[in-house]
Design a protein around this ligand. Sequence first.
Ligand code: BES
Ligand code: MN
Length: 454
Amino acid sequence: MPLMDEAIAFAHENRESALNELIELLAIPSVSTLPEHAGDVLRAGEWLAERLRALGMENIDIMPTPGHPVVYADWLHAPGKPTVLVYGHYDVQPADPFDEWDTPPFEPTVRGDNLYARGASDMKGQIFAQIKALEAITKHGDPPVNIKYMLEGEEEVGSPNLGEFVRANKELLQCDFVLNCDSGIQGPELPGIVCGLRGLAYFELEVRGPDHDLHSGFFGGSIRNPLNELCRLIAGMHDAQGHVTLPGFYDRVKTLSEDERVDLAKLPHPDSDHLAMTGSPALWGEAGYTTIERTGARPALDVNGIIGGFTGDGSKTVLPSKAMAKISMRLVPDQRGDDIRACLEAYLQANAPDTVTWEIRELAHGDPAITDRDSEPVRKAIEALKTVWGVEPVFKREGGSIPVVSLLQQELGVDTVMLGFALPTDGIHGPNEKQYIPNFYRGIETYIRYLYSL
Ligand code: BES
Ligand code: MN
């Protein structure tokens, strides 16, 4: 049997143990944004490093950063073959609201064809499928390419230390292209390649009024309530057409060409399906654009949370002294994370009254990215997907963000192939996140075929 077929057969025979090992990884609550989980984040990184060691990877290193570490490993004994940098992240988003989970987020549970756990789809299921593919390959021979791993623990907080890490380790990370497993496909039976990601700029906006909470009877109507004012400011950030009103916000947004619009319109993503995934009463968005354009090719501004005043049971009559909102903006080419703070500041300078004071804190930002659709590594990924699924794969510009993609384009001049198997219906970042198990297995096979095809 050819080596590749042996590897595929091995992966097939060992499906169950692969799933059980994934369950072990998912039980580690590696929530990068919560300081109390820092030890768990490290443990998840160590767990992966151990797996890489077991399959013969070399130079395994858990490299510190000012935040969570980067796990590095390589195997570079395929002279004349390309060098692939495999990217993944082992951190996850917080699991709340906990009471909306049918089974606890860090007690991975199989129900039907799905494995439920925080991080199952985003992205422990994807990076582990890739590692299992390499394991199956190494059972029968050497890897067919040179391979490096860079697994980070801070993607879900915007990769704040990865820029410095990459700049300090350019030599180590040198490669022909990046295989980014933090990706998805369009449907259980519709494979594809992500060829664009939105960027992100994330801020806290704090509005302050009186220097302590006030009785809303003595003072209500005479002092500006910062919570009212924060809400008014937020409301003004969109106009009636759904456009963002921050000055200069659209200055660098690339106009969609007719060709691109025709391309996007071909994606089988009916509005009814999009709406059904959300449980919302109706669609909403920027006038003049389709749903797929709104999420893939147009920027967006969202409030992620608001804190302020009394939120306990019952009523308390209080005029709060301050209020805070967490506001994020999804960016598209050629917007730059660096420029967005000035747009927000200009808006607040023009619109905030002198009855309150305000302050913004920048939490994270990452640039948008467009990846090549015609390179050889992309064509081969399309081939592998087509072989495993038996249908023609599609290209999609994704609305989510992965800061490393533009970072590696800018710092190393290398492009990325986005190949992963998350589904739009997996509920990533929400309650009851799941990995569709058949695609975990098909993912392993795809990665095996892909590596051999290089
Ligand atoms: N894996 C996602 C991004 C993604 C989602 C890619 C769907 C393809 C399809 C990634 O882990 C993620 O959620 N990123 C955060 C990044 C942010 C904190 C900088 C995001 O998009 O909110
Ligand atoms: Mn992810």
